[in-house]
Write a protein of this length. Sequence first.
Length: 225
Amino acid sequence: MVYHSLLQFLLSGRCAACGSGSATGLCTGCRADLAPVERPCAHCGLPMPVSTCPRQGSTWVLDAVIAPLEYVEPLDDYVQALKFAGRRHLGRALGELLVEAVRTSPASWNVETIVPVPLHRRRFLERGYNQAVEIARPVAAALRIDLCIAGIRRQRATAAQAQLGANERRANLRRAFSVTRDLKGRRVAIVDDVITTGATINSLAHELLLAGASSVQAWAVARSI
């Protein structure tokens, strides 16, 4: 019943945010309310000029970052609703926003595999789905790129990242991820909802490189500025 209701909503031609008529996930009005990242750095996603580069003083192994929107209202409300209010349909709408940004970025054109940031099993059972997977699915489908979920897991239930500083985030994520599949020579893009300090995506990227990936970049809907 829940699946049927969700399918009806997705096919109803309604904006996932306000419910007005829309041929895409978000209507023109709701899209206009979103704040783009102005002149983003291709390596960290922050607006240029970057005053404090996150690649300095930390282990930054990502080749590129694509995160088109600032994590401010109303986008932050959409992300929080997706993650904590059961509004799973927002994942598709946010994924469509990400597709548009990825398609226009030359850095993304050679990516072969998409890896959504995994949730720990306990959080997955609490939530019922992984918001990163919900965002990644429409991206993989639109770009015709392999979606890789099996063999990549979050092996530690880490503390909530939002409550931690940059150094605490890095310490919190040590050995948090496990990759048991062969990614030899694969060009990989990690997909997530928001990039804050970059600690999560860099921790996962490190494990993907150890599993044989030739390069790793990160794609997210939003970037904290």
